[in-house]
Ligand binder design. Structure first.
Ligand code: XMP
Length: 317
């Protein structure tokens, strides 16, 4: 009879056996539940022979990096943060095509990760939060948790110096969340919606700028905090805000404005291949709209996306 505690004990023992008493382990963390849980588990298994690297590409949500750093460092995980925000902005400057953005972010991610981790090595092992569904589809998963597949996609030499440590290969997401609970991962990270590797770059339509990211970050925070406050967060599989390039006429006091339109999107889904738009209460949506236009002056119009997948995707880019 397998309880989460049994599974956790087995996983820790398995890692210890694979890594031995000297091996050093490198892990990329993204802020998502899989890589955060893995960081806690590995830290239990091998202590400070784990180095968890968080690449901040500047496309994260408000306070996300600090939240994850605090939770993991508080649990004794050896976390190294790389501030690559300027580098990423530089490479994304003027790029508006969604696939081009993804390519650049993926490529830069690997480049920065390789360059920075060289400073802390050598590492014999590379850990990844690969889940059972990823094994089957050999696709998907969190951005930073997929270094190896990015490497392969990027066409780098096959003979990577690393041996892979993938303790979650037999687990589903729900099981990882159970284990995360035992490891003491705070609920706001443990129950977090998925967040794409390219982050806010694909939610800020067209070419990104610091200003636009800053607007989007504030809108997203109001929406996500609101969902939590109203007890609606766990009823959605994913929720997000999109900054559109549309500017429209509005009015504030005696003045006409010409400001941005943001779209809010929330979906329910089992597998993210198809999805329904979440039937959020009108009252809640009204409250969100008021808060957004009152607190984010660059925005004068809020719309809610009522399209299913298909034909729409969950993200707008
Ligand atoms: P779509 O928009 O295709 O999204 O319906 C399905 C799920 O995948 C996530 N997504 C991504 N995740 N890198 C990622 O790591 C990406 O480039 C990417 N694009 C979409 C999306 O957030 C949703 O959960």
């Amino acid at each position: 009879d397998w309880t989460p505690q049994h599974i956790l004990d087995e996983l820790i023992a398995g890692v210890q056996e694979q890594v031995g008493s000297e091996g050093r382990v490198l892990l990329g963390i993204s802020g998502g539940v899989d890589s955060s849980t893995l960081a806690l588990l590995l830290s239990r298994a091998v202590g400070d022979r784990l180095t968890a690297v968080f690449v901040d590409h500047g496309l994260l949500r408000l306070n996300e990096r600090e939240q994850v750093e605090t939770a993991l460092r508080g649990a004794g995980v050896n976390v190294v943060t790389v501030d690559a925000r300027e580098e990423f902005m530089h490479h994304l400057d003027g790029v508006s095509d969604p696939e081009q953005k993804r390519k650049i972010i993926g490529r830069e991610f690997i480049r920065v990760f390789d360059r920075e981790t060289e400073k802390y090595g050598p590492f014999e092992f590379l850990a990844q939060g690969t889940l059972y569904p990823d094994v089957i589809e050999s696709a998907g998963g969190e951005g930073a948790a997929n270094i190896k597949s990015h490497h392969n996609v990027g066409g780098l030499p096959e003979d990577l110096a690393f041996k892979l440590v993938e303790p979650f290969r037999t687990l589903f997401k729900d099981e990882v969340r159970e284990i995360a609970k035992l490891l003491g991962l705070p609920d706001d990270i443990r129950m977090r919606h998925p967040f794409p590797g390219p982050g806010l770059a694909i939610r800020c339509l067209g070419a990104i700028t610091e200003e636009k990211l800053d607007i989007l970050r504030r809108v997203d925070d109001i929406f996500i905090s609101g969902l939590r406050e109203f007890g609606l967060y766990d009823q959605c599989s994913q929720a997000l805000a999109v900054l559109t390039p549309i500017q429209s006429v509005g009015v504030m006091g005696d003045e006409r404005t010409y400001s941005y339109t943001v779209a809010l999107r929330a979906v329910t889904t089992g597998d993210f291949m198809t999805a329904e738009w979440a039937r959020l209460p009108y009252e809640f949506l009204g409250t969100m709209s008021n808060r957004i236009v009152n607190q984010v002056h660059e925005v004068n119009r809020v719309v809610y996306d009522i399209t299913g997948k298909p034909p729409a995707t969950i993200e707008w880019e």
